[in-house]
Ligand binder design. Structure first.
Ligand code: AMP
Length: 281
């Protein structure tokens, strides 16, 4: 497994991996890897990548005052072992100065799907995500990039950005990997206390119940309000529980025949849990 820490060596390594018409897959991450991240490597291969690269970069541009950049979990040695075990071919580990050299002045602003939800909760977050993803795509020349459905809004923002900027890359969406009790895997779950960890799966349970009622023609506003009340009763502080159009993230007051998604964000103690599931028409 090649490890690159500067741009010239990354470009040389990806050019070699993309030789003979082989397609390169890229899995962008912020590290503290779990099985959800490793599933993205397999998905990139299944989507046609003959070689797979992962990037590990805790992107300061996507954190704001409400987030704690310094507190974000980091475990480079553990991550490299996991990537080696998963058959990763290349790891891109840029230092912050390589990603944003002094004088960097360009950012990418994606309107549309960046609006609302995480865009409201974390001002500037998607500007940071879109900018770093565009840079990662251009640095690596990857043909395929795998993103988790876990971060549904991020997935739509990245898709929109690649399409709008004509970046020749296929974005592969990968279903959320969950713990056995249904909690979506996340690098931040390690900050849950034992009691909070026991409560955390209630989020997914409530979401499944809400989706069942909406699919059976329940009144959307009422079902969502009842869902939020159940979350509060269980000890969560919900930020939102919303029915949206799957691609545009347009909030929906009633169900439609077009693809829909139920989005949720809720704080449990100091941890903000994020989840989403498909809503059948
Ligand atoms: P992160 O390191 O949290 O920025 O995530 C890197 C990538 O892994 C993103 O595309 C996430 O959507 C994806 N990811 C994170 N958690 C999961 C999960 N539980 N299942 C699938 N993909 C995930």
């Amino acid at each position: 497994m090649l490890i690159c820490r500067d741009l010239p060596s990354l470009r040389a390594a990806t050019a070699a991996l993309r030789g003979n018409g082989r397609r390169l897959g890229l899995v962008p991450t912020m590290g503290a890897l779990h099985d959800g991240h490793l599933a993205l490597l397999g998905a990139a291969r299944a989507a046609g990548a003959g070689a797979v690269a992962a990037s590990i970069f805790v992107n300061p541009l996507q954190f704001n005052a409400n987030d704690d950049l310094a507190r974000y979990p980091r475990d480079e040695t553990g991550d490299l072992n996991k990537l080696r075990g998963a058959g990763c071919d290349l790891v891109w580990l840029p230092p912050v100065e390589a990603m944003y050299p002094p004088g960097s002045a360009s950012v990418i602003e994606v309107a549309g799907p960046s609006k609302g939800f995480e865009g409201d909760a974390r001002p500037g977050h998607f500007r940071g995500v879109a900018t770093v993803c565009a840079k990662l795509f251009l640095q690596s020349s990857a043909d395929i990039a795998a993103f988790g459905e876990k971060d549904w809004q991020q997935l739509q923002v990245v898709r929109r950005m690649a399409r709008d900027l004509d970046i020749p890359i296929h974005i592969e969406a990968v279903p959320t990997i969950r713990e056995v009790d249904g909690l979506a895997m996340s690098s931040r779950n390690r900050f849950l206390s034992a009691a909070e960890r026991a409560t955390a799966p209630v989020l997914y349970q409530v979401m499944q119940d809400v989706v069942r009622v909406i699919a059976a023609d329940g009144a959307v506003a009422q079902v969502l309000a009842e869902g939020e009340a159940r979350l509060i009763a269980a000890g969560f502080a919900p930020d939102y529980l919303a029915l949206v159009a799957a691609e545009t993230l347009e909030p929906l007051q009633q169900k439609t025949t077009a693809p829909m998604r139920l989005l949720a964000a809720a704080r449990l103690g100091a941890v903000r849990l994020l989840d989403n599931i498909a809503v059948p028409a």
